[in-house]
Ligand binder design. Structure first.
Ligand SMILES: *[C@@H]1O[C@H](CO)[C@@H](O)[C@H](O)[C@H]1NC(C)=O
Ligand SMILES: *[C@@H]1O[C@H](CO)[C@@H](O)[C@H](O)[C@H]1NC(C)=O
Ligand SMILES: *[C@@H]1O[C@H](CO)[C@@H](O)[C@H](O)[C@H]1NC(C)=O
Length: 160
């Protein structure tokens, strides 16, 4: 009981940070029923840019962007252009369904280009083109990574 309380307290502390506004310079948008902040960073062109945590290192509330619906895909691709997202496959045997999102959210939407994903190697990022199509690529292909912070909803019961 005590242990459960402690675990739930620590979990909410680490993972439940309440963020209501975007940091300066981030672009907000509402897609898929939630509002998030987005920011494009340049990657160093070395392997495993997602695993190297470039987004969390820049802002400890952010992850490589998970993309959850067609609107979010359309917004991010048209606004930020070609960039790797937070979806990757690392250190596991390749399969089309072995990709995960860095932020831990489920893969509930994909927009693979025809015959993608097809790289069949174990360390891959997902590159979203400016047109919104997805390709599985080696991490060195990621010259840009799209970062995302999902905002909490602030509700004030005394106001409309
Ligand atoms: C979203 O961006 C608009 C325009 O820059 C700004 O007025 C608004 O405060 C932002 N909202 C959040 C939640 O950051
Ligand atoms: C995250 O970054 C903020 C702002 O830079 C800082 O105040 C906070 O201590 C950091 N949190 C952790 C867990 O590193
Ligand atoms: C991946 O490549 C390996 C080795 O070339 C091959 O045996 C396997 O069938 C391939 N898997 C898929 C799903 O294409």
């Amino acid at each position: 009981m005590l242990l459960q309380l402690l675990v739930s307290f620590l979990t909410s502390f680490v993972f439940g940070a309440k963020v209501y506004n975007c940091p300066d310079g981030w672009t907000n948008n509402t897609n898929c029923g939630y509002t998030a902040c987005y920011y494009l960073i340049e990657a160093d062109g070395t392997m495993n840019t997602i695993i190297n945590d470039l987004c969390p290192k820049m802002n400890n509330l952010s992850y490589g962007a998970s993309i959850h619906c067609a609107d979010e895909k359309a917004f991010t691709s048209s606004t930020f252009g070609k960039a790797c997202t937070g979806m990757y496959l690392y250190g596991v045997t390749w399969s089309p369904t072995a990709f995960v999102n860095q932020d831990g959210t489920p893969i509930d939407y994909t927009n693979w280009a025809a015959s993608e994903p097809n790289d069949n190697t174990s360390n891959l990022a997902v590159l979203q083109t400016a047109g919104g199509s997805w390709y599985d690529v080696g991490g060195t292909t990621c010259t840009h990574i799209l970062c995302k912070i999902k905002l909490n909803t602030k509700t004030c019961k005394n106001k409309a």
